[in-house]
Design a protein around this ligand. Structure first.
Ligand SMILES: *Cc1c(COP(=O)(O)O)cnc(C)c1O
Length: 226
């Protein structure tokens, strides 16, 4: 990694932080209430280290296997780093995910809830959990339907004994994000959940306007994925 590249990552991170501060101000919110998850999927340790060196500690990955290949070494160097799983999770990888991640954003079905509960009890370690909601009701997309979210939350708590901290969504690729963020915000209010994981490089300012507490930003920090 050459010096220019390291400066690039730090400069892009600073630019994103500034955009967050500006969007929070417009929304009348405290920028400190918004966690920036730097999405490092597909990037190797050499690309991630400059962002850690710049002082950032919150990162997101979408695959358990990829994360378990690169993050143990990074966590050894930066023990206060915090790792979020933002991609789909197979229930047979639940134990591995509970061991590695501090937060899981893709809880969307009972089988996974059951396996996560088992792993949490067994390991005595409980990542923060978000229920993923398929706000666009797209058949091919992960997430529980908006109308099923309340019942699913109740089952997560009552049947599986899980503590759920918030909701997450990925709006349809070809639609404006605003209405989806508004729907997720309304659902979280109805269900009395404090956290909202929404907004990516292209729409995080909109997400902040709708109350996002966790934004997931990859490209704007790391550059285009190969
Ligand atoms: C890749 C990814 C992101 C980051 O997307 P960018 O457009 O690169 O910011 C956010 N959320 C999820 C679920 C992702 O898979």
């Amino acid at each position: 990694m050459d010096a220019d590249h390291i400066e690039d990552a730090a400069a892009r991170l600073a630019a994103v932080d500034e955009r967050i501060a500006a969007a929070a101000e417009v929304a009348g919110r405290d920028a400190g209430s918004i966690s920036l998850i730097a999405v490092s999927k597909t990037f190797d340790r050499q690309a991630i280290e400059p962002v850690l060196d710049a002082g950032h500690r919150i990162f997101g990955e979408n695959r358990v296997q990829e994360a378990s290949g690169k993050w143990p070494a990074l966590k050894a160097r930066f023990p206060d780093s915090e790792l979020h799983l933002i991609g789909a999770l197979q229930s047979n990888k639940a134990a591995e995910a509970v061991a590695l991640f501090d937060s899981i954003h893709s809880l969307d079905r009972d089988k996974l809830a059951r396996e996560l509960a088992k792993a949490i009890e067994h390991q005595g370690r409980a990542p923060q959990l978000f229920i993923q909601v398929n706000t666009g009701e797209e058949p091919q997309k992960a997430g529980i339907g908006p109308k099923q979210a309340g019942d699913f939350l109740a089952r997560c708590r009552d049947e599986h004994g899980l503590a759920v901290s918030g909701l997450m969504c990925i709006p349809p690729f070809d639609e404006a994000s605003g209405p989806h963020f508004a729907l997720l915000q309304k659902l979280a209010e109805e269900l009395d959940l404090p956290n909202l994981s929404m907004g990516m490089s292209g729409d995080f300012e909109t997400a902040i306007a709708f109350g996002a507490t966790h934004i997931r930003v990859g490209t704007a920090i790391f550059g285009p994925r190969g």
